[in-house]
Design a protein around this ligand. Structure first.
Ligand SMILES: [Zn+2]
Length: 394
């Protein structure tokens, strides 16, 4: 495993745009400097610095505070609690399951709930892992009911997200017979949920580098992987992505170069007329991102989109008191092209498209390493938000 011994997670505040640009120039992303959250004027950034990078930072005038003195300790703690093997059944919802365990779990659920659920392979990853969705709906006759699509785990290191998708899946099935609201939502909609959208990257975070983000395809210069959320064919590689194949935000050699995004987009495109909601789950920093990601233009139904986002903000807050902010990335953060939900909204015409950034918040000392004892609360509040969204649809 790649070691982050003595790497410090540092929060940096920039006073103006120029300072943000200087910071990016002085500390480009590398093995010595990992980017968790880029600093912008409106929000401090979080960077993981090696000892030598941190020494360099101390020589500068950037304002910073250290959030975590040794990130490897945080990774060690996570490994301690997730090492337990052979977690089956519902207990899977209290850990960070492997890709194989995720697939096994949804197969099991489909078997136990044959009148409500089935599993379909929508494609294969670069390393030939099965990408399975579970389809949940009463008497799911294909092509008749409106669809709610959810995917998670497109960024490999965002471990909070696949297990949260499993929490939503298990809630839909388990609450069906006890909760009239859930029953109505399963009767009315077909739920297509892909809990592990980047299987190779996700597996690599267990055996190679816990902070890996991309796919695992071979690129020029022996670099590995493209950013699967910069790889979609809508304003691809125009903004917020990198041409450098070794970069964490490499857009890929062309749009849909990655087998994973290609499989997902083909499947979504085939069902686009029925899909009412496209939701992609990321972490972290507690946000509900809305179209567009690529530019400051607003979609024609922006008011309706924001009304839904506010409903979800409330649901997140009411469940465990967590504040989420919502809006388009160019306004909250910075523009990003080639993202999945822009494509879903604009190319497929799916009216409601969102990306969640789950816990923890931007000041976290853990970043992508969500403490295991927060998995359940994360699942509960995210399910509450999704449920409130589905209930609010016409
Ligand atoms: Zn992400």
């Amino acid at each position: 495993m790649v070691s982050y011994e003595n790497y410090k997670l540092v929060q940096i505040t920039v006073g103006n745009k120029q300072e943000a640009i200087d910071l990016e120039k002085k500390f480009p992303e590398s093995n010595e400097t990992k980017l968790f959250l880029p600093a912008i004027v409106e929000r401090p950034g979080s960077y993981l610095f090696s000892e030598s990078s941190f020494e360099k930072l101390k020589q500068t005038k950037f304002r910073y505070n250290v959030l975590n003195e040794n990130f490897q300790r945080t990774l060690d703690e996570e490994e301690q609690v997730t090492r337990m093997q052979n977690v089956y059944g519902r207990r899977i919802l209290h850990t960070f399951p492997t890709h194989a365990a995720i697939n096994e779990y949804i197969e099991e659920l489909a078997l136990q709930n044959q009148s409500l659920a089935s599993v379909e392979v929508i494609g294969y990853s670069y390393e030939n892992r099965e990408m399975k969705i579970i389809k949940i709906g009463r008497g799911h006759k294909e092509g008749t009911k409106p669809i709610i699509w959810i995917d998670a785990g497109i960024h490999a290191r965002e471990w909070a997200t696949p297990v949260t998708a499993l929490f939503i899946i298990s809630s839909l099935l388990e609450d069906y017979s006890t909760d009239p609201i859930t029953k109505a939502l399963v009767d009315k909609y077909d739920w297509y949920i892909l809990p592990s959208a980047n299987p190779d990257g996700y597996e690599y975070t267990r055996v190679g580098d816990r902070l890996w983000r991309k796919t695992r395809s071979l690129q020029v210069g022996n670099c590995i992987g493209a950013d699967p959320n910069r790889n979609w064919d809508f304003h691809w590689n125009e903004v917020g992505a990198s041409y450098n194949p070794c970069s964490d935000t490499y857009a890929g050699p062309k749009a849909f170069s990655e087998k994973e995004t290609s499989a997902m987009s083909n499947y979504i495109f085939r069902h686009k007329n029925l899909i009412k909601v496209y939701l992609t789950i990321h972490s972290y920093s507690q946000m509900i991102l809305t179209p567009y990601g690529h530019s400051y233009f607003l979609p024609p139904n922006f008011r309706e989109i924001m009304a839904k986002a506010k409903i979800m903000e409330n649901a997140f807050y009411k469940t465990h008191g967590k504040r989420f902010r919502s809006g388009p990335p160019p306004y909250l953060l910075y523009p990003v092209g080639g993202g999945s939900y822009d494509w879903a909204h604009q190319v497929c015409g799916i009216p409601y498209a969102f990306a969640f950034e789950l816990r923890p918040d931007q000041n976290s000392r853990n970043g992508f390493v969500l403490p295991v004892n927060q998995i359940q609360a994360t699942g509960e509040e995210t399910w509450a938000a999704v449920k409130s969204l589905a209930q609010s649809l016409e």
